[in-house]
Design a protein around this ligand. Structure first.
Ligand code: ZN
Ligand code: ZN
Length: 301
């Protein structure tokens, strides 16, 4: 097995020269996500087992393999593969069922494209910071700077924090988001939050449109439908795949919504996630499995 050195040296490779080399760990999600969705579509029991077993298996895989790769693209590729798979299932399996209005599809596509563009801008801004910082020489304190990072030996603002994965100091750093494979800080927080907002709407709305297309729906208010009876979705494989994709979308959408609320709460407090993490570590020093798993599936601090 060969792990790609380019990614370890230069985390911004994708922005600079496109995808040239993919390491083995980055290839795994490309096959795993579609296979898991097909297996989960076989029966209700399979769906429950796959959704319950996947998180602990990914955690096990991370603890024993991925964490030894300095800057793995596994999680970024999981995000990309999931978004593409869900989008393809929606456009090529759900839309042809002719249950969805063109304007509903348009709103969904706008949210997906919005999320992708903002996610790309989040990564691009993070890479700009890394590149600008790498050009800085020496430890001269500039205007507004007040500290010297004892890891990279460069001048930083008081609110900057060194990221071991990005190998640079990030101003007002929130955390290193594994799923986008970049740091979130002052330079890209707005893009990141807009990405979360578009993505949350796209995943939850897409899930609702899919579920109400493959299950028997009932009218909640006006044109808003909710799924009622989903008992016969497993009779046909393509319908079952649509149903499984809608559950997967809903789960992702709910996690993203939780993150959005968490960030608005942080903005209200006037603190970054990193500051809160450091504060919590001062108060309690436990690093249990649950805490590690939370860090893994959310974002690494
Ligand atoms: Zn530093
Ligand atoms: Zn980082």
């Amino acid at each position: 097995m060969r792990f790609c050195g380019r990614f370890l040296c230069n985390p911004c490779t994708w922005q600079e020269g496109g995808v040239r080399q993919l390491s083995f760990d980055a290839l795994i999600p490309i096959f795993t996500v579609p296979i898991l969705m097909v297996v989960a579509s076989q029966s209700f029991t399979c769906t429950v087992i796959i959704f319950l077993l996947s998180p602990p298996l990914i955690y096990y895989f991370y603890r024993n393999f991925l964490r030894f790769i300095i800057r793995t693209k596994f999680f970024l590729m999981w995000t990309v593969t999931s978004v593409l798979t869900l989008l393809l299932v929606f456009e090529f399996s759900v839309v042809p069922l002719l249950e969805i209005l063109p304007e509903e599809n348009l709103v969904f596509v706008i949210c997906v494209v919005g999320g992708l563009v903002c996610g790309y801008k989040t990564k691009q801004k993070a890479c700009q910071v890394t590149q600008e910082n790498s050009l800085l020489q020496g430890v001269e304190l500039g205007e507004g700077d007040s500290e010297i990072c004892n890891i990279c030996k460069k001048c930083t603002s008081q609110k900057a924090f060194h990221c071991r994965l990005c190998q640079t100091c990030i101003n007002e750093r929130e955390y290193h988001c594994k799923w986008l494979d970049c740091c979130v800080g002052a330079s890209n927080l707005r893009w990141y939050l807009t990405c979360l907002l578009f993505s949350a709407v796209a995943f939850i709305y897409g899930s609702n449109l899919t579920m109400t297309s493959v299950c028997h729906p009932f009218i909640l208010i006006g044109t808003i439908l909710l799924p009622d009876d989903c008992s016969d979705v497993y009779h046909q494989l393509d319908i079952a795949i649509c149903f499984v994709s809608s559950i997967y979308s809903l789960l992702i959408g709910l996690v993203i919504t939780f993150y959005l609320i968490y960030h608005f709460w942080l903005l209200y407090l006037g603190k970054t996630a990193n500051e809160r993490h450091l504060l919590n570590n001062e108060n309690e020093n436990n690093e249990g499995v649950l805490r590690n798993a939370t860090k893994l599936f959310c974002c690494k601090l």
